[in-house]
Design a protein around this ligand. Sequence first.
Ligand SMILES: [Zn+2]
Length: 76
Amino acid sequence: MGRTKSAAIECPQCGNKTFKLSAEKHAKGEFDGAVCIDCGRVISEDDIRAKAIDVAENEIRSMASRILGDVFKKRS
Ligand SMILES: [Zn+2]
């Protein structure tokens, strides 16, 4: 029986964050092949990669706004 895990990824189809994953994959911390317990969509490596890019972009954006915020504070 597979395990479920709350992942850092969301189902691209329904936004659910709980997936069924084989114990082997779970142990490795891998999410490809995970199955959404809500709609049954299988998460592919591409989905994970796309999500990783999303996360990286958000990080960069929040970092940039912090830096820019500091600059504007100094100027005013
Ligand atoms: Zn889903």
